[in-house]
Design a protein around this ligand. Structure first.
Ligand code: SF4
Length: 194
């Protein structure tokens, strides 16, 4: 267990535990300060994030910032606003179905559990099924999205993954974009700007 945040960041950055599993050199990509207002936890970096070393530098990130949160790139990438992490810290490779492979569970157990202890955010945002299942394995994913949750006494919002591959979920749950998203945007913007 690391006792200092800077040491933790350095240890995660130099982690190569999954090199054999992935078959290529892992590249942990995450960002933010320990006093960031929002701790955002998603599945794992995409291939583009792996290649560019910039969190959410992909189609999912554009949708999340521009359409869902409705904030500028400058606000999103301000380290005092968002600490951006995932249940996996590295791109895990492509799966046969065209999506990405699942993140190794070992990563969240080893690193994310410690990040949560250090990052003193006002709220937590869980993005996608992988991060929701990690923290709430027994709860229904749709119920998690439509109701505010708590982790360690902290307000926690669950969002579906904004990936373009997730179109069926948006179609099956029209009230997300019609109704719930407005509530979530209000919470996120008030944490950032009020
Ligand atoms: S996915 Fe996590 S555990 Fe695996 S190499 Fe990357 S940082 Fe380490």
């Amino acid at each position: 267990m690391v006792t200092n945040f800077e040491d933790l960041v350095n240890q995660i950055k130099s982690c190569r535990d999954c090199k054999e599993l992935f078959g290529f050199n892992p590249n942990p990509v995450f960002s933010g300060n320990k006093n960031a207002k929002i701790l955002q936890i998603s599945q794992a970096p995409s291939q583009n994030v792996h290649n560019t070393n910039k969190c959410f530098n992909d189609a999912s990130g554009k949708k999340l910032r521009n359409e869902w949160y409705q904030i500028t790139d400058d606000v999103f990438y301000d380290d005092d606003n968002f600490y951006i992490s995932g249940v996996g810290h590295c791109f895990p490779g492509k799966a046969n179905n065209g999506g990405d492979k699942k993140p190794p569970k070992h990563c969240a157990d080893k690193w994310l559990r410690q990040e949560i202890k250090f990052v003193d955010s006002k709220i937590i945002v869980l993005l996608g099924r992988a991060s929701a299942n990690y923290f709430f394995p027994k709860k229904d994913f749709v119920d998690l999205i439509f109701n505010n949750q708590e982790i360690d006494g902290k307000l926690t919002i669950v969002l579906p993954h904004p990936s373009p591959l997730n179109q069926k979920w948006f179609k099956d749950n029209p009230n997300f974009e019609k109704k719930r998203l407005q509530e979530i945007r209000k919470i996120v913007q008030s944490v950032l700007f009020d």
